[in-house]
Ligand binder design. Sequence first.
Ligand code: HEC
Length: 157
Amino acid sequence: MPIRYLLLLLLSGALLFSGCNGSQQSGPRSLSDILNLNSGRVERNFDPVQIQRGSDTFHTHCAGCHGENAVGTPDWRTPNPDGRFPPPPLNGTAHDWHHSTAVLKKTILKGGPPEISAMPAWEGILTEQQVDDIVVWIKSLWSDEIYAMWYHNFEDR
Ligand code: HEC
């Protein structure tokens, strides 16, 4: 990701935090506070067994579109002739980390509106546990920086 874009995202995260959480803290927090750089990185205490299950389920059902290890399609930013977008990466290099866990789960279970999105619905095909496993696996792919930004952007992680 170009560094300018990253900085913009950091800044918007900072504004989001200082703007919306006024009741919880007295003043704006520094970027390094927000990214938890002073107190070390945000730990991901994921269960390795669950990560493996998520990877297996993903590679059975999702990799056909989203690619091995969720790398997406090369031109995922360019819409198809029908106006719908190709499957994006889910490894923290696209938009997946802009969503809370609840929104990620809903996207997977309900899919996108068929007129504008080619993302199928998985409700009734995958169990909620399988979807949880996939979401944990996806988060395990994100870099520490992306995970930290995601972590600090959502109260309802
Ligand atoms: C038929 C192809 C296809 C399959 C199979 C598929 N997806 Fe998708 N998925 C897409 C497309 C296309 C999009 C982008 C939708 C849009 O732009 O509205 C998408 C979007 C998503 C998003 C939202 C990403 C974002 O950045 O907001 C998530 C999360 C996701 N898919 C997860 C999954 C998971 C998990 C599976 C397997 C259970 C799966 N997908 C299977 C095509 C697919």
